[in-house]
Structures are given as structure tokens and as C-alpha cells.
Write a new protein. Sequence first.
Length: 213
Amino acid sequence: MGSVAVGAMVVGTSMLVVFALAMATLQESVNDSRAELDAAATPVPDFTIENATNVAGAIVVFNISDGGTGYTAGQVEVNGSAGTFLADLVITGGIVTGLNVLDHGNSYLYSTSYFLEVTALNTGSNLNISTRIGNIVHLNLTNDGSVDIDTDKAWLVTDGVNPLNLSDGYHGYIPDTIFPGETLHMYYHNGFQATSSRLSVSIGGLNEASTII
């Protein structure tokens, strides 16, 4: 009788040992599978939005109705204003064909449009450039992840309207890549004269929002 009990105990102990070994093997297999899945998973973008600010009353559009004649290198500012708008003249054959804006200025709120004038004596004449004011939004977007961010695949929305591709800032379509650790500074016209209160950016399924001050 005693030998039967001892035999049963040995068999029971052996079964427990086998079960424990099987569970350990299963757990190891699960851990290996998880590690393989983690290794195979596609990294997702990670980013932060900082320093989102309004610049109200900025010069956002200019229209050259008469490029004049005889102009040489120079700059223009808002006629009769103490504001900070400043731009270099782009000249072809003495005719002003464009502007390189150095400072959009701010607080030009007393009218919807202004005219520009050359800041110093110039040999040219008859230049006529009108402008329109609006609100410009500046922001910094930092790539905090381990994958590159393609601005063509990133979208920005201001106050829930006017979706904008991150490649399409104030100066037009300029595609870019934001590498890990890098910060992109972007600014754009929000489409209105009024300031904006909130923006959101969507990249690779991740959405981040920021208050605009």
C-alpha cells in the first residue's frame, strides 16, 4: 500500500515538473513573440508644437500695379507709417517686378490696405504698390520621434477650418523633411484679418493641438 502511495506521489511530482517546464517554455515563447512584434512594428511619428503666435495687422499681400522705370537697388516701407514692414526691391531692367519681404510688420489695423514707398532717394519713378493686411501665424514644430517627418504628409488646421499642408507656408509650396531632433519654423497667413485661437497638426495618424497666443 505504501509503495503505491509513494509511486503516486512520484508521478504527481513529475507531472508538476513537466507542467512547470511547459509553462516556462510557453512564457518564453510569448516573450519572444512580443519582442519580434515590437521589432517589426513600424515606428510612429512623435512631435510637439511650440511658440504658436499671432502677428495681427501684418502685410500679407502686395500688388504691383506699376513697376515704374529707372529703379536701382532699394527698399520699400508702408507710406507714412512708423510700422516695421520692410522689403527689398526685385528689379529687372529698372522695373520693379517683385519684393523680398524682410519684415511683414504688425498692428496695421486702421485700414484694410496701404501703399508702399521707397525708403531712400532712388533714380526711379512712378512705382505703385498696394498692400493688404491680415493675420500671420508663426509656429515651431519639433520632431521628437525616431522617424523622419515628410511635410508633404503633414496637415495643419486653424480654428477648425482652412486645412493647410505643412509644405505650403507663406512663401508657397516648399517641401521639406524634418529629421529626428530638428525643429521646423513655419509661418502662414490664416486667411483672415482677425487673429486665430487654436491650431492642430496631423502627422501619420498622430494629432497634436496648440493654443495660439
